[in-house]
Write a protein that binds this ligand. Sequence first.
Ligand code: A2P
Length: 274
Amino acid sequence: MSILNEIYTLYNGINIPKLGFGTWQISNTAAYEAVSVALKTGYRHIDTARAYGNEENVGRAVRDSKLKREEVFVTSKLPAEIKGFKEAHASFEKTIRNLGFDYLDLFLIHAPWPWNDKGRDCTEGNIASWKAMEELYREGKIRAIGVSNFSITDINSIIENCEIIPMVNQIALYIGHIQNALTDYCRRQNILVEAYSPLATGGALKREAIREVAKKYNVSPAQVCIRYLLQKELLPLPKSTHANRIAENADVGFIIREDDIEILDSIRQDFRHF
Ligand code: A2P
């Protein structure tokens, strides 16, 4: 069975396809074609964010496909700079209008702090935003809610002050940057971990040790990066604007042997800062 037909189940019972299509750094203009190709290839899970500036064409591509709305799982995110109860409600309304949908599958707080002030303590703002998201979830406007770029401490403050535990934490994860403490913690809380930049935005593909493993299985380095994350029960969100790569990234039916997983585990490199 193709990975495109496989699912994880969130702790609230919602099914989410195991492989998602990432759209970070895809312009609004390019997003229509890229998402249309991904859907034709068989992807049924698309990840966007208001901050990517492409929600309109992501939504249009989903609406123009022959698929029923409920056949495609769509995620969007509350911008990192927007914190607060009313603000989160208003931003969700904007997102849903941009997408042209009447509900969203998954809505995430994009980051615990604004991007230009990383590390700032926004606990109160995150709690207020989360309460708005809980309300939208209870009203049925969102099928699942979660966070992104949240640390253990950030998640704990939501758990201690709110009613619903996040269903997802989406973080940067790739071979060499696996964040074991955070992923183990999420697993203990039944929070599914999604991996953005699973190819280290392309940086991992040049790494010799990954290329060596790829050769053994007669696959590409990108396929090794994606398969590795799936074998760790993480949810990769690879991004590409090329049809051949979009297909290649979903063609990951092989199994990486445990000794090769150990080789990949031993790589310690933040490629993005290489
Ligand atoms: P492009 O969009 O031109 O295909 P990540 O998913 O980690 O953010 O990585 C995305 C980067 O990796 C993009 O630059 C993308 O380029 C490139 N990429 C995606 N899939 C592949 C692939 N199968 N082979 C080579 N490069 C790829």
